[in-house]
Design a binder for this molecule. Structure first.
Ligand code: ARG
Length: 403
C-alpha cells in the first residue's frame, strides 16, 4: 500500500464529518484539507471553519458554489424536464458531480492523491461521488470511511466522538436524527419513521414549504421569462440563476408547492422512502414545459420526452460525467435554440399551473387551428385522405379478425 500524504475531505462541519476528519487524521496520519461547499443549503458555514481549525486543519476551503450549481448543473438538467421514476427532481443527485468536481480540483491544486467523503455504504451518493471522481481523475484514490471503519451503529459513532473529544450537540445525543440533504434545489429527508412507507410523514419533516392547506387563500400570479431554454427573469426582473431559483423557492414555499412523498429505487438495489421539497424546481419544470409547448416542434418535443427517463436515470445513477450523458445533453441543448418567451403561472395551495404563454418564436398558429374561417390554406380533403390511409391497416386487421 502506497502511503497517502494528503487527503481532501468533503466536510460539512456536522457531527459525522467531524468524526470522519478525526478518523482520517488518526488512520492515515497525514494532512487533511477540508472542502465545504455552499450550495444554498441555508446553513451558516463559518462554524465549519472554526471546527476544522479546532481539529488542526491548516487548509480549510469554504466555497460559494451556488451560481455554478444552478447555471451549470440544475439548468442543463431542467432543459431536459428531468424526473427520476416520473417524480423525483433529482435535487441530491445533481449536486454530487459538482462537489466531486471541486474535490478533484482542490486535490490537484494541493497535490493530494486521495479524496474522502461521508456518504454511507447503502446509498446512491457514494456511487455518484466516486463515479464522478473516476471520470475526472482516475489517479485519485477514494476513501469512504463508512465502508472502511468498524463503526457499525450510531452508538459506536457517539462513543468514538466522546473518546476523541469531539463535541456532540445535545440534539444529536438521543436517537438518530433524520438524514437530511439540502441545497438550492431541494431538501430531502430520509430515515427514522420515514423508513416505514406505511407511516404518514409527520408535519415537522417539512422544512421549506407550508402545508398546502395552510397556504394563502388568494392565488399569486407570476411570469417567468425564458431564453434558449433557461429561465432568466421573474415578473420582468432579470436575475442570475441562483437568485432566480432562490426567489422561486420563496414563492413556492409560501404556496406549499413541490412536496413529494416518494418510494424510489436506489441504484444500489434497494427501495427507499423519502420526503422531498422542491418548491422553485417544481415551478420551473411546469413553466419550462409551458414555454416548450409553443416553441418546440412536435417530433422534437416527443424525442426529448423519450430520452428524458434515460437521461434522468444517468443523473440518478451518478453518470453525469459519462460520455452518454454528454451526448444526450448536446441533443437536449440543441433542442432549446428557440425555447424563449414568457410563461405566466398561478400559484395556489400546492399547485403551480400555467395560465398563459407567449413567444416571439412561437410555432403556435391560431390561424391554422381556429374553428372559424381561416386564411391559411388547409384543405379538409387532406384530412380525409390522411385518416383513410392511417386507417387502412386497421381495416385489414379488423376484417381478418372477423370483427
Ligand atoms: N434518495 C435521494 C437520492 O438518492 C436523496 C439522497 C440524499 N438524501 C439524504 N437525506 N441523505 O438522490
Amino acid at each position: 500500500m502506497t502511503k497517502i500524504e494528503k487527503i481532501v475531505l468533503s466536510y460539512s462541519g456536522g457531527l459525522d464529518t467531524s468524526i470522519i476528519l478525526k478518523w482520517l487524521q488518526e488512520t492515515y496520519g497525514c494532512e487533511v484539507v477540508t472542502f465545504t461547499a455552499d450550495l444554498g443549503q441555508g446553513e451558516e458555514l463559518e462554524p465549519a471553519r472554526a471546527k476544522a481549525e479546532m481539529s488542526g486543519v491548516k487548509d480549510i476551503r469554504i466555497v460559494d458554489l451556488r451560481e455554478e450549481f444552478v447555471s451549470d448543473f440544475v439548468f442543463p438538467m431542467l432543459r431536459a424536464n428531468a424526473l427520476y421514476e416520473g417524480q423525483y427532481l433529482l435535487g441530491s443527485s445533481i449536486a454530487r458531480p459538482l462537489i466531486a468536481k471541486h474535490l478533484v480540483g482542490i486535490a490537484r491544486e494541493v497535490g493530494a492523491h486521495a479524496i474522502a467523503h461521508g456518504a454511507t455504504g447503502k446509498g446512491n451518493d457514494q456511487v455518484r461521488f466516486e463515479l464522478a471522481v473516476n471520470a475526472l481523475d482516475p489517479s485519485i484514490k477514494i476513501i469512504a470511511p463508512w465502508r472502511q471503519w468498524n463503526i457499525r451503529s450510531r452508538m459506536q459513532l457517539l462513543e468514538y466522538a466522546e473518546k476523541h473529544h469531539i463535541p456532540v450537540p445535545s440534539d444529536k445525543r438521543g436517537e438518530a436524527p433524520f438524514s437530511i440533504d439540502a441545497n438550492l434545489l431541494h431538501t430531502s429527508t430520509e430515515g427514522k419513521i420515514l423508513e416505514n412507507p406505511a407511516e404518514v410523514a409527520p408535519d415537522h419533516v417539512y422544512q421549506r414549504t407550508v402545508d398546502p392547506v395552510d397556504a394563502p387563500d388568494t392565488p399569486e400570479i407570476i411570469t417567468i421569462g425564458f431564453e434558449r431554454g433557461d429561465p432568466v427573469s421573474v415578473n420582468g426582473k432579470s436575475m442570475t440563476p441562483a437568485a432566480l431559483l432562490t426567489e422561486l423557492n420563496g414563492l413556492g414555499g409560501r404556496h406549499g408547492i413541490g412536496r413529494l412523498d416518494l418510494v424510489e429505487n436506489r441504484f444500489i438495489g434497494m427501495k427507499s422512502r423519502g420526503i422531498y421539497e422542491t418548491p422553485g424546481g417544481t415551478i420551473l419544470l411546469t413553466a419550462h414545459r409551458g414555454i416548450e409547448s409553443i416553441t418546440l416542434d412536435r417530433a422534437a418535443a416527443h424525442l426529448k420526452d423519450e430520452i428524458m427517463p434515460r437521461y434522468s436515470e444517468l443523473i440518478y445513477n451518478g453518470f453525469w460525467f459519462a460520455p452518454e450523458r454528454e451526448m444526450l445533453q448536446a441533443l437536449i441543448d440543441q433542442s432549446q435554440t428557440f425555447v424563449s418567451g414568457e410563461v405566466t403561472l398561478r400559484l395556489y395551495k400546492g399547485s403551480a399551473s400555467v395560465i398563459s404563454r407567449t413567444s416571439p418564436l412561437s410555432l403556435y398558429s391560431a390561424d391554422l387551428v381556429t374553428f372559424e374561417e381561416s386564411a391559411i390554406a388547409y384543405d379538409h380533403h387532406d384530412a380525409e385522405g390522411f385518416i383513410r390511409l392511417n386507417g387502412l391497416r386497421l381495416r385489414s386487421w379488423a376484417a381478418r379478425n372477423g370483427r
